[in-house]
Design a protein around this ligand. Structure first.
Ligand SMILES: [Zn+2]
Length: 202
C-alpha cells in the first residue's frame, strides 16, 4: 500500500466512532473523490482550527473575528437566565427544542479527577465573575447530564456560589425528573421542554 494512503488510514482511524475497516473505506472514498472535494475538505479541516474560537462571554464557539457568539450578541435574549451545559451539542439541542430565549455558559467538561479533569480546567471563574458583576438577580439553570461527574460539577457550582456569598444574586434551578435518566443530546423534544419548563429550585 502506498505510504500516503497508509498515513491517511492511520489518521482517520484516530477519529471516534470509526472502526479500522471504516477508516480504510473512507480513505479509498477520498482517493476516488474529485480533487475539488478533497481540497475543500482539507481546507475546512484547517479552518476549524484557525477560524473558530471561544466566545468571551459564554465560552461557546464563534468566528475568530468576533468577540462574542451570536447568542451573546443578541439584544433579544434574556441575559438574566443562564443555562449551564457541558457540551456545545447540549446547547444546540436546547436551542433546537424551541422557545427559550436565555443565554448559556458552556463548561465543555465535567469535573472528573479519574479522567484528569480538575476544577481548574473548567472556566468557573468566568461564571462567578459574571454573577458578581451583574446588576440583576440571575437564574442559573444546571442543565446537566445524569452521571456522577455532573453531580460533582453541579454540587461544586452550588457550594461555591454559597461560599462566595452570591446566593442573594442567583437562584439555582435544576431540570425536573422528566430528564432524570436521559442525556440532553438524546432527549426527545417533549421530554426536554417539560424538564426545562418544570425546573426546580435547588
Ligand atoms: Zn457567547
Amino acid at each position: 500500500m502506498p505510504e500516503a494512503l497508509k498515513q491517511l488510514i492511520n489518521s482517520i482511524s484516530y477519529l471516534p466512532w470509526i472502526w479500522e475497516k471504516s477508516a480504510t473505506k473512507l480513505a479509498f472514498f477520498l482517493l476516488n473523490s474529485n480533487q475539488n472535494f478533497v481540497e475543500t475538505l482539507s481546507e475546512n479541516l484547517v479552518n476549524i482550527k484557525e477560524k473558530v474560537h471561544f466566545c468571551n462571554e459564554c465560552n461557546s464557539l464563534t468566528d475568530i473575528n468576533k468577540k462574542k457568539c451570536t447568542i451573546c450578541e443578541s439584544t433579544t435574549r434574556d441575559k438574566k437566565t443562564i443555562a449551564i451545559v457541558e457540551e456545545y451539542l447540549d446547547m444546540i439541542t436546547i436551542e433546537e427544542s424551541g422557545w427559550y430565549k436565555w443565554v448559556y455558559h458552556i463548561l465543555w467538561w465535567a469535573i472528573s479527577p479519574i479522567n484528569w479533569v480538575f476544577i481548574w480546567d473548567l472556566h468557573f471563574e468566568w461564571l462567578f465573575k459574571k454573577i458578581s458583576e451583574s446588576d440583576n438577580k440571575l437564574e442559573l439553570i444546571l442543565a446537566t447530564n445524569p452521571n456522577i461527574e455532573w453531580e460533582a460539577t453541579s454540587t461544586y457550582i452550588t457550594e461555591e456560589i454559597s461560599k462566595r456569598w452570591l446566593n442573594y444574586k442567583v437562584k439555582i434551578t435544576r431540570l425536573s425528573r422528566w430528564l432524570s435518566s436521559w442525556y440532553i443530546e438524546y432527549a426527545d423534544n417533549i421530554t426536554l421542554i417539560n424538564a426545562l419548563k418544570e425546573r426546580k429550585e435547588v
